[in-house]
Design a protein around this ligand. Structure first.
Ligand code: KE4
Length: 438
């Protein structure tokens, strides 16, 4: 048994997995890490630096997970580590306000015109859950719309799958969620304008909110179409429902201003009513946020009737990590360079697949990308799940064996960091060339 909790005591991933499974359900603290979608033994990470992870066996991987989005600078960025060390030395947590929380709130608000105020919390789940409680409290309504294939964390009201038909309300996707908790949640097909129209016709006056991933990173990478997004905004405005943009993954990742900045360019005046952030704004530490116009945020305790709280909300060390990260990504040219590098990866993947005669389509925005073993980009969950899963799983392992760590599930997105070099992209494309041949 290792005496030092930080020094890996297992010589192999298999031994580490065996040990973990004895004391943690499935050996993991979040299901997707268990590799059950792709099979095989998860890699237990010993350390990370820049664009790379090393597992307990000493194998190096080019990392395209980046902790599922937060590590946009790459691992161990000096300015971030310095900020974390300095904050930690001043105190880990106070349970009292600090100036750094206001500074981080200011940094978020400066990049997101639709948000006057934010509240900081500790996870995307907590941020999305609180945002929906705020929308329900602000409107006095109960019903919600979400879309199949979008994930907004594991709050009960959001663990819901489509009912048998459009008009029927959702059914729980998880045990432990009583049907009455999801009876107000309607699940529609992503990018389906007709279903939107029908749902608002039937329930418009009862809808508190529509929550949507503007680019669905929990279906790998599916964009919402402009007609869909335009109509969604119009219907929410017409019926007094709040449009909640879940930008936990896309915020500060696909663009400095998030996906909403892209939609505001294409649809002049476009803005969501409530925005949810996470991942990048914490820089790898437990920190997320939700924000809206001042009048909406005034509904929150201690000012208003909507309760929301958290012992570690705005934690000083997490806040320092997030601030240092945002300081780097708002530097001129950061997103241009990141976007170009991500584009070179996905265009290279498409070219290698063409050479191998394998149907593969890709898409990317900023530092986020997706690829599908299919001839055309899926527009909704059904289409994503119809893509070639066995080929994806084989490709995943062939790449892992060649030192490239992609997302271990076909419904997950990929992430490029500022630390990924042209050589890392070239290594990845050579591995893909070999993997697609095998
Ligand atoms: P967390 O509670 O995991 O911090 O955030 C939930 C969440 C909310 N909204 C969106 C759009 C998200 O993508 C997430 C979490 N994303 C997953 C990856 N698909 C986290 C990885 C995991 O579950 O381990």
């Amino acid at each position: 048994m290792s005496t030092s909790p930080t020094r890996p005591s297992s010589a192999t991933n298999a031994a580490a997995f065996e040990r973990a499974q004895r004391v943690i359900p499935g050996g993991v603290n979040s299901p997707v890490r268990a590799f059950r979608a792709v099979g095989g033994t998860p890699r237990f990470i010993a350390r990370a630096e820049g664009a790379y992870l090393w597992d307990v066996e000493g194998r190096r991987y080019v990392d395209y997970i980046g902790s599922w989005g937060p590590m946009i600078l790459g691992h161990g960025h000096p300015a971030v580590l310095d900020a974390v060390r300095e904050a930690a030395a001043r105190g880990l947590s106070f349970g009292a306000p600090t100036e750094a929380e206001a500074e981080l709130a200011e940094a978020i608000i400066a990049e997101v015109p639709s948000v006057d105020q934010v509240r900081l919390v500790s996870s995307g789940t907590e941020a999305a859950m609180s945002a929906l409680r705020l929308a329900r409290g602000a409107t006095g309504r109960a019903k919600l719309i979400k879309f199949e294939g979008c994930y907004h964390g594991h709050a009960d009201a959001l663990l819901v799958k489509a009912g048998s038909g459009l008009a029927t309300f959702g059914h729980p996707t998880s045990a432990g969620v009583p049907p009455e908790v999801v009876q107000h949640t309607l699940v529609l097909e992503y990018n389906n304008v007709q279903q939107l129209e029908a749902a608002f016709d039937a329930h418009g006056g009862e809808l508190a909110a529509v929550v949507v991933e503007p680019i669905a990173g929990n279906m790998n990478f599916v964009r919402s179409s402009l007609p869909f997004m335009r109509r969604l905004r119009e219907l929410c405005t017409k019926h007094g429902a709040m449009l909640v943009f879940d930008e936990v993954m896309t915020g500060f990742r696909v663009a400095l201003g998030g996906a909403q900045a892209l939609y505001a360019q294409a649809l002049p005046g476009f803005a969501p009513d409530v925005s949810v952030f996470g991942k990048v704004i914490g820089g790898g530490m437990p920190l997320a946020a939700f924000g809206a116009r001042r009048d909406v945020m005034a509904q929150l305790a201690p000012l208003g009737p909507v309760y929301q709280a958290g012992t570690l909300s705005g934690n000083p060390v997490a806040t320092a990590c997030g601030l240092a990260t945002l300081r780097e990504i708002r530097k001129p040219g950061f997103f241009d360079a990141l976007g170009r590098r991500t584009q070179s990866l996905r265009e290279g993947l498409a070219a290698v697949a063409r050479e191998a005669g394998v149907p593969l389509c890709t898409d990317s925005e900023g530092g986020m990308f997706g690829f599908f073993f299919a001839s055309t980009l899926p527009q909704n969950y059904t289409a994503v799940m119809a893509t070639d899963q066995p080929r994806f799983n084989g490709f995943f392992h062939a790449m892992l064996d060649r030192g490239v760590y992609l997302a271990p599930a076909l419904y997950e997105a990929g992430f490029v960091s500022a630390a990924h070099s042209d050589e890392d992209i070239a290594l990845t494309l050579e591995a893909a060339r070999q993997a697609l041949r095998s």
